[in-house]
Design a protein around this ligand. Structure first.
Ligand SMILES: Nc1ncnc2c1ncn2[C@@H]1O[C@H](COP(=O)(O)OP(=O)(O)OP(=O)(O)O)[C@@H](O)[C@H]1O
Ligand SMILES: [Mg+2]
Length: 373
């Protein structure tokens, strides 16, 4: 291994663990470090316990380790050091290391090996390893920050979806219970009024207003169901999917088939909602974009998972291109389907072939829960 880096021009402090049992070799190493421009502050260890104690008591820049001590081999020391701090540079400095041993040490993760009778490149090797350790630490920090940001984003996304469902449930109930009941009362009163008006010319008008109220009532009920069908909360996923299929089946639309077992185990509400919303979006997409003759929804379960498959025989599309457009803000459907599946602990994939239809697969872990009576 060659080192192009020059030793530091200024004298730099260096906190070094020496795994070494020869006092002469310790003196040799410290001298070589000083010649290389370092001001070493060292701890000497010869057993696993000593190494453990030293690692715990301070922060170290580097470990220089002999290969074979009676109570601690170089490989043992290496594993012990990396278990404590995977980024700390570890250099084997040995008197008589063979090539096969050197290769084994490097494979195990040692950053370099040097012979005690030729320490001229010690300074350069340390400088390089300190620089690389700094980069490894920075990379690890970035990875941790990225992970934390991802977790924060997921928590936020989760919370927003939860709030959206709560809001939808609330508005659906308000529409159905409060506004729906008031409209029903208005319509009944107008019907009664129309009957009582007998031949009065105003009877026709009262009848028309009652019919208009009935029409608005139907729309309010439909809106309430579309926001969040009560089946989802009261009867479960299968019933909600049956409602969804019925809602979208019409004479001039595609045939919509639902294949769901009689007994869909009741799973966590978040997974049921995710499953329902994914079918809703996929079905809407098939009806809006696919020009399909048939759409098939299949739900299967095994003891650990729920599998969802929604396929259409329509025109198909370029999934990657659509996803890229969605990421630029062109649409929300595909992104929210993936997000919902991930947040429910599952995964989702879309396969589509131009001219040969689209198939959406989703899988959720089943955490069976008892439905409230
Ligand atoms: N089953 C399908 N068949 C053909 N094309 C589809 C299908 N599903 C999705 N697409 C294509 O992928 C695009 C993105 O779908 P996505 O659901 O994200 O958006 P959208 O349906 O256009 O709008 P929205 O945000 O309201 O869902 C669609 O515009 C359509 O071109
Ligand atoms: Mg869509």
């Amino acid at each position: 291994m060659t080192d192009t880096a020059n030793p530091p021009a200024m004298r730099e402090p260096l906190r070094v663990i020496l795994v070494e049992d020869s006092a002469d070799d310790v003196a040799l190493l410290l001298r070589a470090l000083r010649i290389a421009g370092y001001v070493p502050e060292h701890a000497l260890v010869q057993t696993p316990d000593e190494l453990d104690r030293v690692l715990r008591t301070a922060r170290w820049d580097i470990v220089l380790s002999d290969y074979a001590l009676p109570a601690l081999t170089g490989l043992m020391a290496l594993r012990q050091v990396f278990a404590f701090d995977p980024d700390i540079p570890f250099i084997i400095v040995s008197g008589n290391i063979g090539e096969d041993v050197a290769v084994a040490a490097m494979k195990a993760g040692a950053h370099d090996y040097l012979l005690k009778d030729n320490l001229t490149r010690l300074g350069g090797a340390i400088q390089r390893e300190l620089r690389e350790a700094g980069m490894r630490r920075a990379r690890r920090r970035n990875e941790l920050e990225l992970l934390a940001a991802k977790q924060r984003l997921q928590a936020l996304s989760n919370r927003m979806l939860e709030m959206q469902e709560t809001e939808r449930r609330h508005i659906a109930r308000e529409l159905h219970d409060e506004i729906g009941q008031s409209l029903t009362a208005i319509k009944l009163s107008l019907d009664t009024l129309a009957r009582r008006l007998g031949d009065d010319p105003a009877r026709h008008l009262a009848g028309e207003i009652a019919a208009a109220a009935g029409h608005v009532l139907d729309q309010v009920r439909q809106l309430s169901l579309d926001l969040r069908p009560p089946q989802l909360d009261d009867l479960g996923l299968r019933a909600a999917l049956h409602w969804l299929v019925k809602r979208h089946t019409c004479e001039d639309g595609p045939i919509i088939e639902l294949d769901a077992p009689e007994e869909v185990p009741c799973c966590a509400p978040q997974a049921e909602t995710a499953c329902f919303r994914i079918v809703q979006e996929t079905l809407t997409n098939a009806l809006r974009h696919a020009d399909a003759a048939k759409v098939r929804i299949a739900l299967k379960t095994d003891p650990g998972h729920c599998y969802l498959e929604v396929s259409d025989d329509g025109r198909g599309f370029d999934v990657e291109a659509a996803r890229a457009r969605a990421l630029q803000g062109a649409s929300l459907g595909l992104l929210s389907m993936h997000e919902r599946a991930t947040l429910a602990g599952g995964d989702l994939s879309i396969a589509s072939v131009a001219g040969d239809g689209t198939c959406v697969h989703a899988r959720f872990p089943l955490t069976a829960v008892a439905r409230e009576p």
